[in-house]
Design a binder for this molecule. Structure first.
Ligand SMILES: [Zn+2]
Length: 226
């Protein structure tokens, strides 16, 4: 199986699905990442662009990611980008990776780039129904990204409501945290959601919801097949 994680910013992929990505790669699946804003610009706590590329590469190495597809859409300004441009970029990533399953942001996330990524991805995954030459998608899942998903305030949007739990075990959670720590300036002290304690606690809580030893939770919104 081939998986594609489509995110707005570097580190979102680890926060949302890092332990699952590690587990899938260990099982021999192809795991790929599409980061729409692959450059530093608006993030003031960020290192230089070269350092960020290094951080992305070493993080994705730990998780066993095959392909990293980076866009240069402007950070925290996705609302200024034509919707079609985002859709076409994601469509190309889906075609290039021949993905079966796509993970992306929940549209209610507090971060506005996450909303635009989610909307564009929802349009892009329908590509196979417009183009018979494109491999049909099996599933689209929304992720929860700590410090964006649970910070959502907009009550006009449905909030993240997990219905799919992936048991990852303690080792995969530790790998997720190790991969996240490759990104300079991302990890914070507890009680921040991007702390070692909060990330491990979330995995323990999601596992407990489904009778599993540590889990990541997702919301499956489209599924074809059995
Ligand atoms: Zn983000």
């Amino acid at each position: 199986m081939t998986y594609l994680v489509v995110v707005a910013h570097p580190d979102d992929e680890v926060l949302g699905a890092g332990a699952t990505m590690y587990k899938l790669a260990q099982k021999g699946h192809s795991v790929n990442v599409c980061i729409l804003s692959g450059e530093v610009n608006a993030r003031n706590h960020r290192p230089s662009t070269d350092e960020l590329h290094e951080d992305v590469n070493s993080s994705m190495n730990i998780l066993g990611v095959d392909k990293i597809i980076k866009g240069d859409f402007p950070n925290i300004e996705f609302n200024t980008v034509p919707h079609l441009k985002l859709v076409q970029f994601i469509e190309k990533a889906i075609i290039d990776t021949e993905s079966d399953v796509v993970f992306t942001h929940h549209p209610a996330d507090l971060n506005n780039d996450h909303l635009h990524t989610s909307l564009a991805c929802q349009a892009a995954v329908r590509l196979f129904q417009r183009r018979p030459d494109v491999k049909p998608l099996r599933e689209l899942l929304f992720m929860e990204v700590p410090s964006a998903t649970e910070w959502a305030l907009n009550k006009a949007e449905n909030q993240f409501s997990p219905n799919t739990f992936v048991e990852v075990g303690e080792k995969s959670v530790d790998k997720k945290i190790e991969a996240l720590a490759q990104y300079r300036g991302v990890m914070r002290d507890y009680p921040h959601p991007r702390s070692h304690e909060a990330l491990k606690g979330l995995a323990a809580y999601r596992g407990g919801q489904a009778g599993m030893v540590y889990a990541e939770a997702f919301e499956s919104v489209f599924r074809r097949g059995l």
